[in-house]
Ligand binder design. Structure first.
Ligand code: HEC
Length: 138
């Protein structure tokens, strides 16, 4: 039992490898904005996700096409050629709150996306605007 037991080459190599790998991981995480320690890097990632451009086509295909048709030609729900020409406010009222032309309450089959959400998350005006723009272009 000697007090001055020295480290073997393998032990030193293992410690050095760990230090180098941990440092490299931290550096790569930091540079890519992913702060694994949960510091400001996390906020940067959240901001990047929040500011990602909304994709009207993907939102329409995923949330509307099943009822209104791939080309908004109609199906379970009416064709959207008329409503595509509505003002942004009217279109949002229909999609978010089920209010049709002249304030008519739309049939309950049409989801109230303010409550139902889009893709499992709260629907934003930007998303509805992007869907509106996409439908106008069909
Ligand atoms: C489950 C089926 C269904 C889904 C999903 C659906 N709708 Fe509808 N939608 C309807 C029905 C049915 C109506 C007609 C309701 C009425 O006239 O009372 C309607 C009406 C509308 C209207 C009013 C049309 C008009 O001329 O009065 C708009 C605009 C509309 N939907 C947009 C959308 C958008 C955008 C999405 C996707 C974010 C969507 N809908 C998803 C079934 C659906």
């Amino acid at each position: 039992m000697s007090e001055d037991r020295s480290f073997s080459g393998r032990e030193i190599a293992a410690v050095l490898t760990f230090v180098v790998l941990a440092g490299a991981t931290a550096l790569v995480s930091y540079r890519s904005g992913l702060n694994v320690a949960g510091g400001s890097g996390g906020a940067e990632v959240a901001a990047a996700v929040a500011s990602a451009p909304v994709n009207g086509q993907a939102l329409y295909v995923g949330n509307c096409a099943g009822c209104h048709g791939a080309q908004a030609q109609g199906g379970v729900g009416p064709g959207l050629a008329n409503s595509a020409a509505w003002s942004e406010a009217d279109f949002q009222a229909a999609v978010l709150h089920g209010k049709g032309a002249g304030g008519r309450t739309l049939a309950p089959v049409m989801p109230r996306f303010a409550e139902a959400g889009l893709d499992g998350k709260d629907a934003t005006p930007e998303q509805i605007g992007a869907i509106h723009a996409y439908v106008k272009g069909l």
